[in-house]
Design a protein around this ligand. Structure first.
Ligand code: SF4
Length: 84
């Protein structure tokens, strides 16, 4: 899975979310905070769900902040990194 896969990198309104699956340890904090945006796949690594637009921007950012290994990257519409 590379960054062209919407399970790995996806634009949601003005935010772009990206998961570094090499960093992800499957802690599932992201899933707990934003269950419509994140799930674990059969490798126990996070993927971005098609329903991610149903989570508001705050939930998307809080999920990234909750990740214990900072595997979720969020940038704004200008490419500025908001987190981590
Ligand atoms: S919180 Fe971080 S480590 Fe845990 S599943 Fe989500 S991306 Fe992976």
């Amino acid at each position: 899975m590379d960054d062209n896969d919407p399970k790995v990198k996806r634009k949601i309104r003005k935010l772009t979310m990206r998961i570094d699956r090499n960093l992800c340890i499957g802690a599932a904090t992201c899933v707990a905070i934003a269950p419509k945006a994140w799930a674990l796949d059969d490798e126990a690594k996070a993927i971005i769900l098609d329903s991610s637009e149903e989570e508001n921007d705050d939930a998307l950012i809080e999920a990234a902040k909750g990740c214990p290994v900072l595997a979720i990257f969020i940038t704004d519409e200008n490419g500025k990194q908001l987190y981590p």
